[in-house]
Each structure stands twice: as structure tokens, then as C-alpha cells.
Design a protein around this ligand. Structure first.
Ligand SMILES: [Zn+2]
Length: 287
């Protein structure tokens, strides 16, 4: 079973939780498309965020396509999406609905309730409220879910948090990888063990990058492929001598952007707002 599809279609309204970006006009946009949701019922058409758009006509949602409105089935599943720190919305879904281990995909959806982080300014709050008059605005996310309980489907999995040991291992592994790419070539050749380690790690990164490119199924895969390509360039840098520093630039630049973005979120009144898209992509939703 997939995260958002698998079981037989469900009937009736299913209530789920999701997140949105907020644009400067107060409209709510999905994270990966500019197809704004409207007040009241929204109807999905086939415009998956990443899949190919040349599929033959099919009902929305369909098991072999990624289209439909997505919603998480539980607050724990939703928390895995970092953007839920800023915006959460309870949505009722109906029509064609398929459910997976993390949530649902649906043909029709309506926003019932909206919670914005307390850092959202008064004007942002009132703009969102005026765009979605039939949704109730909340300042307390728990109160919102308490008053709009999510549908409990038997197929939902409890997300398993990564054990602390795995997190530590990941950080240590990443640090070792970066250190390996900083060693001068002479040092890498000094012992067979170190050189073999470099060869094995580089080959593994090549294989992973290739798999991410070829087997890319979603926006996340392609983004990960870019990051891995940067890591690969970093690893290859030592054997390129002084010009190897050029190969280190993409990853250094990426780290600077991520670090800068993170610092931005630490500002006291930070709440992410996106520019209203010039041309809204209506392919995702119809009013
Ligand atoms: Zn589709």
C-alpha cells in the first residue's frame, strides 16, 4: 500500500489535515503547485505535481497516477511535513477517495478550518479569513483538531520516529563523507584502506545519484538527485587538484542557501508568505 493510495475507494466525507503556503492575497496554495484552493468545494483534475501529464483520461484519483487532493490522516503523519509548523487546515474530502498508510487523495475537498502560526500578522490572518469565509479560523491547532476530528481509517500507520541513534549515525556519516572530500589526493593514497573507502563511497554516491535521476518519481527524488550530484562533485574534488575547489562550490552554495533560509526562520516575526502567482495554474483545481 502506498502512503496516499491503496485501499478500495471510500464513500462519504473523510476528514484529513494538510498544510498550505499562504500568498500575499491570502489565498492558500499547495506546497508544490500554484493551483489555489477556493472557499467551499474544490474539484481536482489530473495535474500531478511531478508525474507526466500525458496520461490517458482516468478518474481522479487513480491508483496509477498521483493526482487528487492530498490530506494527511493523522496529526502525527502531518507533523512529518515541516510546513505544518506554520499552516494547518482541516479538509473534508469526498467523491473518489483512496486511502494509504499516511493519508488520502480525493476528488473533491473543502477547507473546514484553518490554523496559522501565532507569528502570522493580523493582516495576513484577516486576508486569509476573508478568502475563506466558510472556514473557521483558529489560533490553537489542538483546539481546531479537537473540534474538527480527523477520520480514523484502519489503514493509517503510526509514523515511526527515527531513533536518536539513527539521527546521530546520519550526522556522523555525513560529516565523514564531507571530510573524505576535503582530503588532498596524496593523503587518500597514503593507505590502501583510505583509498578503497573513497572508491567505495564515491561509487555508492554515483549509484544513488543515478538511481534518483532514472527512478525519479516525485519532486523529492529530483531534488535529492541534485543534492547527491553536489555531494558527488565534493567527493571527486580531491583528485582534481586545485580546480577541485570549483567542484566544491555547488555544495558550499547549497549549504549557504539552506543555512541562510534557516536563519531567516529564526527572526521574531517570521511567517512565510509567497508572492501571488501571476497566472494561477487552474489545472489543479476548479473553483
Ligand atoms: Zn491523474
Amino acid at each position: 500500500m502506498g502512503e496516499f493510495s491503496g485501499t478500495e475507494p471510500l464513500v462519504g466525507e473523510i476528514v484529513g489535515l494538510r498544510t498550505f503556503r499562504v500568498d500575499d492575497s491570502g489565498m492558500l496554495l499547495p506546497l508544490y503547485s500554484n493551483g489555489a484552493w477556493y472557499d467551499g468545494p474544490n474539484t481536482a483534475t489530473c495535474a500531478p505535481p511531478t508525474g507526466d501529464h500525458h496520461r490517458s483520461a482516468h478518474p481522479v484519483p487513480s491508483d496509477d497516477c498521483e493526482c487528487g487532493f492530498y490530506a494527511y490522516g493523522t496529526t502525527d503523519a502531518a507533523k512529518q511535513n515541516r510546513h505544518t509548523r506554520y499552516v494547518q487546515a482541516v479538509v473534508s474530502c469526498w467523491g473518489g477517495v483512496v486511502a494509504g498508510t499516511q493519508g488520502i487523495r480525493a476528488q473533491h475537498a473543502r477547507i473546514d478550518a484553518i490554523w496559522l502560526h501565532p507569528k502570522a500578522s493580523k493582516s495576513v490572518r484577516s486576508r486569509v479569513a476573508s478568502r475563506y469565509p466558510s472556514a473557521r479560523m483558529y489560533t490553537d491547532a489542538d483546539a481546531m483538531v479537537g473540534e474538527h476530528p480527523l477520520s480514523a481509517l484502519p489503514c493509517y500507520d503510526r509514523p515511526r520516529p527515527l531513533p536518536a541513534a539513527a539521527k546521530v549515525a546520519a550526522v556522523v556519516g555525513l560529516a565523514a563523507l564531507l571530510a573524505l572530500g576535503l582530503l588532498p589526493e596524496g593523503v587518500l593514497h597514503r593507505t590502501d584502506l583510505l583509498w578503497d573507502l573513497w572508491v567505495v563511497v564515491t561509487a555508492a554516491v554515483v549509484a544513488l545519484t543515478a538511481w534518483l535521476v532514472v527512478g525519479a518519481h516525485g519532486a523529492g527524488h529530483l531534488a535529492a538527485a541534485f543534492v547527491m550530484a553536489g555531494v558527488l562533485a565534493w567527493l571527486v574534488a580531491p583528485v582534481c587538484g586545485v580546480s577541485g575547489w570549483l567542484l566544491r562550490l555547488p555544495l558550499l552554495r547549497g549549504l549557504a542557501v539552506v543555512g541562510g533560509g534557516y536563519l531567516l526562520t529564526l527572526r521574531p516575526h517570521y511567517f512565510p508568505i509567497v508572492k501571488t502567482p501571476h497566472e494561477r495554474a487552474f489545472c489543479g483545481v476548479r473553483p
